[in-house]
Design a protein around this ligand. Structure first.
Ligand SMILES: [Zn+2]
Length: 329
């Protein structure tokens, strides 16, 4: 037997252990046209100068917890005290296809909107391409105006909240300032293509992070998304409503860096326990899964399991493993 580490990624979608659909898709009709030059994007300006914060939901059409949070805040009349705030509903065409009987089918139409952010591909979108590539190219001029980007997502399988940031940028600092207290995990992206947060615009001075709020269709994911938006505004001194005064400060967010992606090689892949995302395995070399004759072990002490997929198909990502990063300062 060997402890092996591979670097391929994709996802598998077994039905068991999904979260139930407890949320109703929101009515986004007031925001579809938008008020900026990109449909689905609403820009609000404060009375004083300041940074431009962009918050984007619905990069994946079936992940509408973040869209519910943005819709709710817009209907409440939220506006920045300074700077500029833009809320975006990215993939309304996929969202419109959501069917609670097939809740994973509307993640995208042609390809994953969060794997198309390669500048060379985006530059060729006018010449043709997928629904998602064209939408990304239409969104790009707006994204280039953002100083900070918070991208709102949720997860299919059981996991604690976490914030993903591209390795090497300032995204982790921004994520920490949001103050959710959940793990902040940096990575080198995905082999299948760059995410929106990986676009070069966010390599500095602009920065970006991606919130995985919790299960796709749970109310808690809406609340965490809303807290993240308000936390980001607070961090940028864009919020002065007294009813939004910060609650007791959470403990500093633990930080980790993805060091290996485990990809299933066979149909026999199985975790040794029903691990929840965010689980930390104390000792390096601890077996966590078997795949045919292979035993898969943790590569480091205090290894954080990033979004394990319970029954991955061969060639698809089973889990990403992250090593702890010392806290700054
Ligand atoms: Zn997503």
């Amino acid at each position: 037997m060997e402890c092996r580490q591979l670097n391929v990624e994709l996802g598998a979608l077994p039905r068991e252990s999904w979260s139930d659909v407890d949320l109703v898709p929101p009515d986004l009709s007031p925001w579809r046209c938008g008020n900026a030059d990109v449909p689905g994007f609403i820009t609000l300006r404060g009375t004083a100068p300041g940074p431009h914060l962009g918050v984007v939901s619905l990069i994946h059409g079936n992940e509408f917890a973040g869209a519910i949070a943005l819709d709710r805040l817009l209907r409440q009349g939220l506006s920045p005290s300074r700077g500029t705030l833009t809320f975006g509903f990215a993939h309304l065409d996929a969202f419109d296809r959501f069917d609670p009987a097939r809740p994973t089918a509307s993640r995208f139409i042609d390809e994953d909107l969060n794997r198309v952010w390669d500048p060379a591909r985006l530059a060729e979108a006018d010449a043709g391409g997928s629904t998602e590539l064209k939408r990304a190219a239409a969104m790009l001029p707006m994204l280039r105006r953002f100083d900070r980007l918070l991208d709102l997502h949720s997860m299919l399988f059981a996991s604690d909240s976490l914030i993903l940031t591209p390795d090497g940028g300032d995204g982790a600092e921004f994520a920490g300032a949001i103050g959710l207290g959940c793990a902040i995990v940096s990575d080198f992206g995905h082999a299948a293509g760059p995410r929106m947060i990986d676009h070069p615009h966010f390599h500095g001075p602009a920065s970006a992070c991606l919130l995985e709020a919790g299960p796709h269709w749970h109310r808690a994911s809406v609340r965490i998304s809303e807290n993240a938006v308000l936390g980001a505004m607070r961090a940028l001194d864009m919020l002065d409503r007294p009813d939004d005064a910060p609650a007791q400060r959470p403990p500093p967010s633990p930080r980790a860096r993805v060091i290996v992606t485990i990809t299933a090689r066979s149909h026999a892949f199985a975790f040794l326990h029903p691990y929840r995302g965010g689980t930390i395995i104390p000792r390096a070399g601890t077996p966590i899964a078997r795949d045919g004759g292979d035993e898969i072990c943790t590569p480091c002490d205090d290894c954080l399991l990033v979004m394990p997929t319970p029954h991955p198909r061969p060639g698809h990502t089973a889990v990403r493993l992250a090593a702890p990063v010392p806290m700054p300062g």
